[in-house]
Design a protein around this ligand. Structure first.
Ligand code: ADP
Ligand code: ADP
Length: 224
């Protein structure tokens, strides 16, 4: 089963009112395990809406969303939340790490919340931090880390529960070009090592070109 399958997704905000915004009209997308796909879109094109629908944070007006072959259409919110917590990791432009916890604890806590035993969670955190080159900073709080380190820890946290799907919204948007490169390389290492699928929205066309595919969101549709 593909990590993510979107079929004919349509989304309009405020339908039938003067504030109507037709954002997505007929989005089809299939992401398979181990694949990193760039999503390139001008501001306001509907990139966040698409990522939120793919990550079960929002529902489309019509069309189907399937994660790991599980069709989420018409599923109750509790089920959607359960699937999201297990199968989807999110990363944003700003890291949203918990400031009072160390880098390692930020990766351990979501696993404990998911019923993983502490020893397993600690081993997983240390494995992830090693992959992205932040293991030496494991016991530091986010404020003591550089922007690039913070973002690499945010990737590790998003992957803590071994999701099938990583959704990233401008994950390098706040970083200087050299740091963005480093963070991007760490992300690709994680994707290749874990066989998850990643959909990464970016304005950085150099980074986009280094992914497996580039999709453009234009006038409510995806083009390759
Ligand atoms: P992007 O992430 O590409 O900048 P968004 O998905 O945030 O785009 O928004 C796409 C369009 O939908 C924009 O015109 C935005 O103003 C509009 N929009 C987003 N969210 C809402 C909402 N909750 N209600 C009404 N309009 C919205
Ligand atoms: P938690 O297990 O922390 O309660 P949730 O199930 O609420 O998490 O959310 C799962 C993921 O979705 C988290 O990574 C969180 O960052 C993201 N998320 C939750 N709500 C929103 C939202 N309204 N906008 C963007 N991301 C969200």
């Amino acid at each position: 089963d593909p990590a993510l399958h979107l079929d004919n997704i349509v989304k309009t905000y405020n339908p039938g009112t003067p504030g109507e915004v037709r954002v997505l009209h007929g989005i089809d997308l299939t992401l398979t395990a181990g694949e990193a796909v760039a999503l390139v879109a001008p501001s306001g094109a509907g990139k966040s809406t698409l990522l939120h629908i793919a990550g079960l944070l929002d529902t489309p007006d019509s069309g189907t969303v399937a994660i790991g072959g599980q069709d989420m259409t018409g599923q109750p919110e509790a089920r959607r939340t359960a699937v999201r917590r297990q199968e989807v990791g999110f990363v944003y432009q700003f890291h949203h790490l918990l400031p009072e916890f160390t880098a390692a604890e930020n990766i351990i806590l979501p696993q404990l919340a998911n019923g993983i035993p502490r020893a397993t969670a600690e081993a997983r955190a240390s494995e992830l931090l090693t992959l992205v080159g932040v293991a030496p900073r494991a016991t530091h709080r986010p404020a003591a880390l550089s922007g690039g380190e913070q973002q690499r820890v945010a990737f590790c946290r998003a992957m803590a529960n071994r999701p099938r799907l990583l959704l990233a919204d401008e994950p390098t948007g706040n970083l200087d070009p050299e740091t963005a490169d480093q963070v991007f390389a760490a992300l690709m290492t994680l994707v290749r090592t874990t066989s998850m699928a990643a959909l990464i929205a970016t304005h950085n066309l150099d980074l986009a070109a280094r992914m497996d595919r580039v999709l453009r969101l234009n006038a409510g549709r995806l083009e390759s």
